[in-house]
Write a protein that binds this ligand. Structure first.
Ligand SMILES: [Zn+2]
Length: 127
């Protein structure tokens, strides 16, 4: 599947589900969601950025997104991404496993508060 096709699929999903998106670069790395807005996911230039974009949309439309546990929300978003993807390659699965493993180090009952603490600790380590 060509990057342009993956890009078009993401645009289609955003439009179809009426999800706003932006390309703000204010936060470093990756993509994220705010309410019904997916941020920083475009352009899709590779299988990995396609997977990331699908994952972020999965945080809006996927299952388990009401869970208070981070790992459950992450799994729900990846399940949605895998299901809705027009293709699912080893590179995409690898990215999914890598990111999920990172969250799993927090433990199955970790909440957003634990995640914020982790990010804060990492940010301190960097300075
Ligand atoms: Zn996620």
């Amino acid at each position: 599947m060509k990057p342009e096709e993956m890009h078009r699929h993401i645009l289609h999903l955003l439009k179809h589900h009426r999800i706003r998106h932006s390309r703000s670069q204010s936060r470093a790395g990756g993509a994220w969601i705010e309410a019904r807005e997916v941020c920083n996911i475009l352009p899709v230039t590779s299988e990995v950025s396609y997977a990331t974009a699908l994952h972020e949309i999965g945080h809006i439309l996927g299952g388990d997104q009401e869970s208070r546990f981070v790992v459950e929300r992450e799994r729900g978003a990846w399940d949605w991404a895998r299901q809705e993807s027009s293709t699912w390659t080893p590179a995409m699965e690898q990215e999914c496993s890598r990111l999920l493993a990172e969250y799993e180090t927090l433990g199955p009952r970790a909440t957003s508060v634990d995640l914020l603490k982790l990010h804060a600790a990492r940010a301190r380590g960097r300075t």
